[in-house]
Design a protein around this ligand. Structure first.
Ligand code: SF4
Length: 447
C-alpha cells in the first residue's frame, strides 16, 4: 500500500485520517503522491490501516482486464475492512473510464472521482458520475508533491497521448497529450529532493510536441538537460522508437543513466502496421546497435504484446529471433487484451488463449535465460549504485520497481551513491560487497 491522499474543499476542524491504495503503473504512483500531498496540506494524516481511516481512497488501473479485476477486488476488500463512518473514494483510470458503470455497479463506493476532482466530499452517499466531470485537467499533473521518502522519484511530464495504437484505449480517456511547463517540472524536482528522477509520460519522447513554440522546440532534450543539472541521475521510461533520435541518445548517455526503455510492442512489420505503429525488427536492431556502439554498457529494456489479432506463427518466430538477436537486458511480454473502442476490436484473426500462453511461455523462457546471462556477465565488475533502502541498491542497469536489484551491505546509508563489487548473481538480482564513495561516480559506473 502507498499512502497518498486527495484534496478537500472542506475546512478541517480535526485531524482526520486517510488511507490510499495505489494500483497500476508508475504514472499512477505520481498521481497518488500528489493526492497525498494535497490531503496532508488539508490537515489530514496518513494511516497504514484502512480500519482507522476516515477516507479510504483507491487509485485504480484500467489498463487491461486483469488490472480492472484487481481494482474491483481491492475496492471490495477495503470496503470490508473500513469503518462504517468512513468514505470510500475511487479515483484513477477506472474511475475516469468507467465512472458511470462503477458508480452503478458498486453501491459500496461513496464517490467516484475522475481526474482533477476533489477526492473528499461532504459525508453523504452521493455518487458523482464521471460524466459530470469536465475533461481531464492539469490539476493532478501540476499539484505540488511532498518531498520523497525514497532517494528516487517518478515525475510525470505530460498527460495524454496523440498516437492511436490499435490495442490502446488510453488516448480515448486520458485525452490528447498536454506537456507541462519546464518550470513546473523543475520546481517539482527541486521539492522532491532526490538523487534519481525517473521521467514518465504516456509517450515520453513526444514531450513538447504539442507546444513546439514554447517548450524546447518540441523536444524533450532541454528538459532532460535541465533536470540532469539538478540531480545525479535522470532515467527515461517509455520511449516510442521513432522519436529516439541521435540527439536524444547522446543526451541520455550524458545523463548518468545510459538506460533505454524502448516501447517496441512487436517486430513484425505487417503486425506493427495492424497495431498502427511505426518500425520493424530491422530498424529496431539498427537503433539498438547505434546505442551500443556509442555506449557498450547501455542497458536496454522493452515490452512486447503477444497474441495481437492476426499474429501468425511467422510473426511469432520473427519476434523470437529478434529477442535472441537483440540480447536486451530486460523484456516484458504481455498477452493481448481486447479493449473497448480500440481499433484492435475491429480486426479479425483472433489468437486463441492457449496459443497466446504457449507463445508467452516460449518468449519468457528465452528472455529469462538472456537476462540471467547478462546479469552473470556483471560478476567481477565495479558498479556505482544508489542505495534505495537498507541492503538494496540499483546501478544504471536497473529501473526502480521494474527490474532486478543489487543486494548490498545493510549498513550503507540510504540515499548514498557508492561503488560496489559485484560478486554473484541470482536470476535478475546481483549480490555486491564494498561500498566506498567514489571520487567520480560516473567513472565508477562505467568501470
Ligand atoms: S503511445 Fe500508443 S500505447 Fe502508448 S499511450 Fe499512446 S496510444 Fe497508448
Amino acid at each position: 500500500m502507498h499512502t497518498s491522499g486527495g484534496t478537500s474543499l472542506l475546512p478541517m476542524t480535526e485531524s482526520r485520517r486517510f488511507y490510499l491504495e495505489t494500483l497500476g503503473c508508475p504514472k499512477n504512483q505520481v498521481d497518488s503522491d500528489k493526492i497525498t500531498g494535497s490531503m496532508l496540506a488539508d490537515g489530514m494524516v496518513a494511516t497504514d490501516d484502512p480500519a482507522l481511516a476516515d477516507v479510504v481512497v483507491v487509485n485504480t488501473c484500467a489498463f487491461i482486464d486483469e488490472a480492472r479485476r484487481e481494482s474491483i477486488d481491492t475496492i471490495l476488500a477495503l470496503d470490508d475492512r473500513r469503518k462504517p463512518s468512513s468514505q470510500l473514494v475511487v479515483t484513477g483510470c477506472m474511475a475516469e473510464r468507467y465512472g458511470d458503470e462503477l458508480a452503478a455497479a458498486l453501491p459500496e463506493v461513496d464517490r467516484v472521482a475522475g481526474f482533477g476532482v476533489a477526492i473528499e466530499a461532504p459525508r453523504a452517499r452521493t455518487l458523482i458520475p464521471v460524466t459530470q466531470v469536465p475533461l481531464p485537467t492539469f490539476d493532478l499533473l501540476n499539484l505540488p508533491r511532498p518531498a520523497s521518502s525514497r532517494p528516487w522519484a517518478y515525475v510525470k511530464v505530460a498527460e495524454g497521448c496523440n498516437r492511436s495504437c490499435g490495442f490502446c484505449a488510453i488516448p480515448s480517456f486520458r485525452g490528447p497529450q498536454r506537456s507541462r511547463d519546464v518550470a513546473s517540472v523543475i520546481a517539482e524536482v527541486e521539492a522532491l529532493d532526490v538523487r534519481e528522477i525517473v521521467l514518465v509520460a504516456q509517450d515520453l519522447a513526444s514531450y513538447g510536441t504539442d507546444r513546439p513554440d514554447d517548450l524546447g522546440a518540441g523536444s524533450i532534450v532541454p528538459l532532460v538537460q535541465a533536470v540532469g543539472a539538478l540531480v545525479d541521475r535522470v532515467r527515461l521510461l517509455y520511449l516510442y522508437p521513432s522519436d529516439l533520435n541521435d540527439t536524444l541518445i547522446d543526451v541520455m548517455l550524458e545523463s548518468g543513466v545510459p538506460y533505454f526503455d524502448l516501447s517496441l510492442q512487436h517486430v513484425s512489420k505487417p503486425l506493427l502496421r495492424r497495431m498502427r505503429r511505426w518500425g520493424d525488427g530491422e530498424r529496431f536492431l539498427e537503433r539498438i546497435n547505434a546505442i551500443r556502439s556509442r555506449e557498450p554498457d547501455a542497458a536496454l529494456r522493452s515490452n512486447f504484446i503477444v497474441g495481437y489479432p492476426g499474429e501468425t506463427e511467422r510473426d511469432h518466430d520473427e519476434l523470437l529471433r529478434f529477442v535472441e538477436d537483440a540480447q536486451l537486458d530486460w523484456c516484458g511480454f504481455f498477452s493481448f487484451s481486447p479493449e473497448e473502442g480500440t481499433h484492435a476490436m475491429t480486426l479479425d484473426g483472433h489468437v486463441p488463449a492457449s496459443l497466446i500462453s504457449e507463445r508467452l511461455g516460449e518468449l519468457r523462457e528465452l528472455q529469462d535465460a538472456i537476462t540471467a546471462e547478462r546479469r552473470d556477465a556483471l560478476i567481477g565488475r565495479h558498479l556505482s549504485v544508489l542505495i534505495d533502502e537498507p541492503g538494496i541498491a540499483r546501478s544504471h542497469f536497473e529501473a526502480p520497481e521494474i527490474d532486478g536489484v543489487i543486494h548490498v551491505d545493510m549498513t550503507l546509508d540510504v540515499g548514498a551513491i557508492v561503488s560496489v563489487d559485484i560478486m554473484d548473481a541470482n536470476g535478475p538480482d546481483l549480490i555486491a560487497v564494498g561500498g566506498f564513495v567514489p571520487d567520480d561516480p560516473d567513472a565508477a559506473m562505467m568501470s
